[in-house]
Ligand binder design. Sequence first.
Ligand SMILES: [Zn+2]
Length: 59
Amino acid sequence: MAKMMKCGDLMPGCNAVIEGKDDNEVMAKASEHAKMKHGVKTVAPDMAAKVRAAIKEKK
Ligand SMILES: [Zn+2]
């Protein structure tokens, strides 16, 4: 089942939607997006936990 997360759930005002074939792919793309768009250099463990919590099954 494909997964997705809305970046705006974590970064208010961002309308990016990250999709992947599983949680790990979404995590990888989300951290890349955070680096590129939000200036996040390293994803701290608490942020990673929030990202995982925000991942939903893609309908
Ligand atoms: Zn974003």
